[in-house]
Ligand binder design. Sequence first.
Ligand code: ZN
Ligand code: ZN
Length: 103
Amino acid sequence: MGNAHYEITRNGQTIQAGYSVPTTCERTRCNEQIDRGLAHLCGDMPGGDEYGCGGYFCGNDLYMNSNPAASGSACRACNDRYDAQHPEGDEEASVDAMVVTFN
Ligand SMILES: [Zn+2]
Ligand SMILES: [Zn+2]
């Protein structure tokens, strides 16, 4: 059992996921046969999170996540969105993760 097959909610819909669930790459016009395992997931969490859309993509359509806080991969669209929101040299991005209050 484990991660082989489970249900997740994505965009308000319950779908089957896990590496035993066959699917095709979700990139438009790509018909690569893959599965819904974490290896093909965009983002860190099935169903989508702040790091990705939760889509499943083949190896050609999945990239190292542009967000340094992410541990998983991301599709081109999500990386493009992240890059657009975080231009290079933007050091403010992680400032709220290390707020220190001195009294
Ligand atoms: Zn994505
Ligand atoms: Zn693909």
